[in-house]
Design a protein around this ligand. Structure first.
Ligand SMILES: Nc1ncnc2c1ncn2[C@@H]1O[C@H](COP(=O)(O)OP(=O)(O)OP(=O)(O)O)[C@@H](O)[C@H]1O
Ligand SMILES: [Mg+2]
Length: 248
């Protein structure tokens, strides 16, 4: 098997017609089944994704196997061909809006997931800040759009067949598309402010979403991201987005 990615708690291999994502033993097995179930649900909802193949033990580690999509990621294409950035960004945004137009009623609810993630931040956020974030989250509307939850150009494959495919559904929920856009904005903002600005302009324009609505989600999604990324660099960045100082 040819290895294409190695990081943290996983490695990704190409095995003939399939891709095998092998997790190390720190990964709870329920997370692996959850990613597979999310993938199955959004695939059945009609979203363009690799096809689920199996969840199985491979040499003692849990592995998720999906079909291999021959092509390049949008991240690779953007890096290689900066002249075409506008076109790639438009493809990215159109695909995200298409994903949000689908429904998967059994997918976990975004507000429930974020509430759990905020509640888990006891070691980095004090009770006052967590309460403020919980109140903000409570006030957000209940929506049912499929949200990828980690929608960035490394998770979008431009297939050799010309179609787009979204991979990596570990963080998928049903909820607000604007929250999904807030996550994508933050992920761009981590290393490219100008790109983040262009992304948000385009998303809001194409989806006819007010920027204020996306901004209203920023502190909440920054807290949710903080609960799963504990690198020091990301931590300082995300804490700056959790701008609840006024309430302390
Ligand atoms: N079905 C597929 N076909 C082709 N390439 C794929 C496929 N699935 C994943 N890849 C490639 O492997 C890379 C890593 O896969 P994936 O995004 O699922 O894992 P990850 O980013 O490590 O996971 P996470 O974001 O949950 O930590 C992708 O960016 C893409 O380049
Ligand atoms: Mg990924």
């Amino acid at each position: 098997m040819e290895q294409i990615v190695q990081r943290g708690n996983k490695a990704v291999f190409v095995d003939g017609e399939n891709i095998v994502k092998v997790f190390n033993d720190t990964k709870p097995v329920s997370d692996v089944f959850n990613e597979a179930l999310n993938l199955a649900r959004v695939n059945e909802a009609g979203i363009s994704t690799p096809e689920p193949v199996s969840v199985a033990r491979v040499d003692g580690s849990w592995a998720l196997t999906t079909t291999y999509v021959p092509g390049r990621t949008l991240a690779e294409l953007m890096a290689e061909d900066p002249d075409q950035l506008d076109r790639y960004l438009a493809m990215f945004v159109d695909f995200q809006i298409d994903i949000h137009s689908h429904r998967a009623p059994l997918l976990q609810h975004q507000k429930d997931k974020y509430a759990r993630m905020i509640a888990s931040l006891t070691d980095v956020l004090d009770a006052t800040t967590r309460y403020e974030l919980e109140m903000r989250l409570d006030g957000m509307p209940n929506e049912v759009s499929v949200c990828h939850g980690d929608f960035n150009p490394t998770n979008v494959i431009v297939g050799d067949d010309g179609k787009l495919y979204a991979c990596d559904w570990a963080h998928a929920t049903q909820g607000s598309g604007a929250a999904g856009a807030a996550i994508s904005y933050l992920l761009f903002e981590i290393d490219d402010h100008e790109m983040a600005r262009r992304y948000l302009d385009l998303y809001c324009k194409k989806s006819d979403t007010p920027k204020q609505v996306v901004r209203n989600w920023m502190s909440i999604v920054a807290a949710a991201e903080l609960s799963r990324r504990r690198e020091e660099s990301a931590k300082d960045f995300l804490l700056r987005w959790i701008d609840v100082v006024d309430y302390q």
